[in-house]
Design a protein around this ligand. Structure first.
Ligand SMILES: [Zn+2]
Length: 131
């Protein structure tokens, strides 16, 4: 009996943890909840909104975590979209099209990776048209 796993809401960024078996915790926006302490854990909500934090986090994990928090507070997606638009990169729905014959710059790759990892985007090659 004791503390359960820590989970993070991908919608509001809140990190919640159930402290004992009958301690149900909700995130700020109400999208997710965790219950059961260490005896069992039961997470509620859309699986895309729930991010399980590892018990032992590496430095890399901690950095990822910090970055994820930043995404939530700074409206990272909007910033990325503006950035992509300025770079002439096409985005339709949740698909990012890489420009033909051009490699992504390091900064763009970083943004694409974050969008794919945390916001369920996908990257597609922008195939040249055939005549
Ligand atoms: Zn939430």
């Amino acid at each position: 009996m004791g503390k359960g796993v820590k989970v993070k809401c991908m919608k509001c960024g809140a990190i919640i943890q159930s402290m004992h078996v009958h301690d149900m915790q909700h995130c700020r926006c109400g999208a997710i909840a965790i219950d059961g302490g260490s005896d069992y854990w039961k997470a509620s909500g859309d699986c895309n909104d729930i991010y399980f934090l590892k018990e032992e986090m590496t430095l890399h994990d901690l950095m990822e975590e910090a970055r994820a928090k930043e995404i939530m507070t700074e409206n990272y997606v909007d910033t990325c979209m503006r950035y992509f638009k300025n770079c002439g990169i096409k985005v339709e729905g949740k698909t990012i099209y890489s420009p033909i014959g051009e490699n992504f710059l390091e900064d763009e790759i970083e943004r694409v990776n974050i969008l794919i990892k945390y916001h369920n985007y996908e990257l597609q090659e922008n195939l040249p048209l055939k005549f």
